[in-house]
Design a protein around this ligand. Sequence first.
Ligand SMILES: NC(=O)c1ccc[n+]([C@@H]2O[C@H](COP(=O)([O-])OP(=O)(O)OC[C@H]3O[C@@H](n4cnc5c(N)ncnc54)[C@H](OP(=O)(O)O)[C@@H]3O)[C@@H](O)[C@H]2O)c1
Length: 261
Amino acid sequence: MKSNPVVLITGASGGIGKALCEEFAKDGYDLILAARSIDKMQAHAANLQQRFNTRVTVIGADLESPKGAEQLHAEIKKSGKVLTALVNNAGYGVYGEFENSELGSELAMMQLNMNTVVALTKFFLPDLLATRGKILNNASTAAFQPGPYMAVYCATKSFVLSFSEAIASELEGTGVTVTALCPGPTASGFQDKAALGNSALIKGKKLPKSEEVAALGYRAMQRGQRVYIPGAVNWVMAQSIRFTPRDLATKVVKMLLKPVA
Ligand SMILES: NC(=O)c1ccc[n+]([C@@H]2O[C@H](COP(=O)([O-])OP(=O)(O)OC[C@H]3O[C@@H](n4cnc5c(N)ncnc54)[C@H](OP(=O)(O)O)[C@@H]3O)[C@@H](O)[C@H]2O)c1
């Protein structure tokens, strides 16, 4: 009997990751969900199993701990599962003046947004080479320019974009594709976690739903597109950065992200 393709989705307990689970389930994948909120993932798993008759495994994982990626990989290998797709989605932003932001939070975010992405990609690459699989890395439009008041977060997303494009190039001809998804501001738990609500970037704006971004990102991954920016305005902004002096682009982002009392 032919076995189903298997995907690991990190940050599957909410927002874009949770919505991505649905896209893979609809397409007949078996799912492995990883994040810290086990209860939320179990409820989501039960719902997906019932609606799509798919196999869903939930793994509690703290992926900002230095051993998190290694432990997650070991647990999946123990089960004998071989991945056909890897979604590096878990991530968050730290917002505020660099002078006053907490170094501990920034280092933990760097661990999650960058080191874990590299480690999981390295650990699961043999699976993906064997299955001619797919990698979807959740970067951001924040990847395209510096971001005053989110200096470290934006730099982590530039890292994800650069890393994704580089390994996509190395993996040409292997059958493995790498897609960097670069969403603009999207309705999810992200804004509350980063306490971004009062910035001009978010305040009073109607943001696209996580489900819309996930559906578009999923299709881009299936096409094997290297960089995908959902939304026409986001796409134009990201392109225009290439022709804008960097100090001007930085000033514009500074205005958009300036904390408002
Ligand atoms: N929303 C936006 O505006 C936006 C725009 C561009 C890019 N993105 C990117 O999209 C990705 C998903 O974010 P989202 O918008 O969907 O935000 P979200 O709703 O806050 O979801 C974040 C996910 O990451 C998981 N996560 C956070 N810390 C973790 C940890 N230490 N270990 C394991 N999992 C952890 C969370 O699960 P637990 O808390 O249960 O662990 C949750 O499932 C992130 O990489 C973000 O940078 C978001």
